[in-house]
Design a protein around this ligand. Sequence first.
Ligand SMILES: *Cc1c(COP(=O)(O)O)cnc(C)c1O
Length: 435
Amino acid sequence: MRFYSTNSPQSTVSTKQALFQSMPADKGLYMPTPLPTLGVDFFTAIADQSLADIGFAISYALFGDEINKADLEELTHNAFPFETPVIQLESGKTSVLELFHGPSLAFKDVGARYMAALMSYFSKQSDKEVNILVATSGDTGGAVAMGFHNVPGVRVSILYPSGRVSELQEKQLTTLGGNIQAFEVDGTFDDCQAIVKQAFVDAELNAHLSLSSANSINIFRLIPQGFYYVSAYGQVQHYGKPVVFSTPSGNFGNLSAGAMVQKMGLPVAHFVAATNLNHVVPSYLKSGNYLPQASVATISNAMDVGSPSNFVRLAHLYNYDYNQFKTNVSGYFYDDEETRAGMKRIYDQYNYVSCPHTAIGIMGLQDYMTDSQQDVMGISLATAHPSKFKPLVEEVLGHPVEVPERLAELAHRSKKSIPIPAEYEAFKESFLQTV
Ligand SMILES: *Cc1c(COP(=O)(O)O)cnc(C)c1O
């Protein structure tokens, strides 16, 4: 497998380089080539397989020529000790793909754990410490922190917007210690992301530090996210209906991962891009004009992204062709009031407790099904466990939400963060003191 930059498709780099470098020097985004085609037989065979088995089968198709089979099998199984079940809300019609059964209770565990496993595999071959920088709007940080905690040869620095993540999300980033440290930025997620991007092009920093990213600009976060789309397809294919996925989106890594496996042959009839008021992509789908905005704070904070990094990947996968994009993806967006009403309605209608992000996905799916009038099997990605947003969910539903043990125990740990203003130089100065 080789990787090319969306800005210069002619030249390619190795798997290891794309993994550690994260972003090409020309500031494009890496894409895998050639994408293997998974035929009909592949999908029939995986119907009853675990996420880890599916992950291994696809990994082998991708990296079988570079990583020894037994090592690849072991690292995939270590990365996925959990499943991603499809739960029917209305049998054969509307369902959710629960992606929150991993350690941080959000779908980002899938990408972060696989990437950590690959980095740990490749870093055994070198003696230089890898410094991972990651900006988080809420859930990435927790998944990355847990995925990389105690991985030898890797140090992780997480940047998060102060006061804009939930209390339990913050605990996930700030209480592990060891090789994980958190910078509490007095600004927005976009500020955090801008600082990280600047660090990658800072010649002075890169001269003596090996910097790497765990954001969804890193293609190795996205590749494993394709595995659960395949797993979901396997779980619903017996209904014999066209499959539509609805993805509650922010930085659009999740939807790009879906579009990538679609290109590998997964029979996806359509995607729904569901967002909160940060609706640049639904607006693009409507008007044909892509106009990034400053991010707006909402109750679905993990999707508060005004300028999604992965839009370029989606555009690239659809050949920079608006019509092709529109044929494959429909956009819907909801404000906070609609999101609250949606959470309540989903609970009343299906007895299903959803976090605000998941509710937006389900609403997008329902609205798409109403508008398109197609008889499809709709699968909405459930991106986080509702208890990660306990105060909000309880207020909206009017009854208590159970917190899984592994999250509940965090509440008692004490937070440790490094507060900084939203300025690159301030970050650089504090960061250099820690390495
Ligand atoms: C990160 C996140 C999203 C958005 O995913 P993208 O891949 O950035 O589009 C949605 N929901 C939750 C709970 C998240 O943590």
